[in-house]
Design a protein around this ligand. Sequence first.
Ligand code: SAM
Ligand code: SF4
Length: 329
Amino acid sequence: MMIDEFGRKIDYLRISVTDRCNFRCQYCMPENITFMPKNQLMDYTEISLLAERFIHHGIKKIRLTGGEPLVRRDIELLIKQLGKYVANGKLEELTLTTNGSLLEQHSAMLYDNGVRRINVSLDTLDSEKFKRITKRGDLNIVLNGIDAAKAAGLHIKINMVALKGQNEDEILDMANYCALHGFDLSLIETMPLGNDIEHRADNYIALNDFIAPLQSQYNIDPIAYKSSGPAHYFLVRDLNLKLGLITPLSQNFCDDCNRLRLTTDGKLFMCLGSDLHIDFKQAMEIGGTHKVDSLLQKALKLKPKRHYFEDQMSDNNLSVNRNMNVTGG
Ligand code: SAM
Ligand code: SF4
């Protein structure tokens, strides 16, 4: 079991399998982004080896993310490999966060390899707005992908980033869409990652304000349900909708953080809001699994108590030097 310096049990690993993406969501990365050179990325053998060591030390849940995880070539090979840990009971859960654009092609493969739940990012149900926010996404393709995932038996949670002045007017529509299809809905406050995002502070809205139209129409009660992530859950009773609120800025949840984050070039970030990291790819190349094991203990020691997104949102000099597509969510 892994316990950090603040007594937090660490059992959840997010692995970003690529920093590349077929979208350019305005809050995530700039349009002219430079991606990591391919020769610096871990191959699937390296990712699987590291995952195996992390599982050995107490990781129970793995989420694949990115960039867009499904754009990485032959991703099914990695999912197959990690799915074996679900099949043999060493891993409680293998999940994925995706923009949904490739779900038509991959949903059955995900289910066949032990994935049961996925998060799909969907900030709007308006196709023009979808294009504006994602820069190059096609809403219909994503909605068809979500339908395919549902048909394949995957449980779906929709992730909606709250964007002031952009999708504030859509919370009721999104709640109804999710309720109609039996999906959960998680709302996320936009976070200050990377320093080249336009209008970041202008787009921020606290979730309390974002859900006001929903609250004025429906009863929303806190529920005891807890997923492995940071959301606090509520039930929108009349819709029978499970609503998760992820409030990194307006209501800090770092005291409960159970996560480590591995990037596709093998760097382990102990906190989304800190640039501090350990290079596990290099460690494995030089010292093998023995070195990996000892560095994992160091990672627990170095995991910060909390992030400082509130300060970073209002002061660019404090920014985290990484866009969200590097570590994923
Ligand atoms: N491409 C996949 C997707 O969009 O679901 C996975 C990677 S994406 C970086 C993971 C999640 O992070 C998405 O739900 C996305 O909306 C969210 N995200 C990206 N940038 C963010 C930011 N600056 N603040 C809050 N959430 C962000
Ligand atoms: Fe791509 Fe996901 Fe970032 Fe959008 S949020 S640009 S889909 S990685």
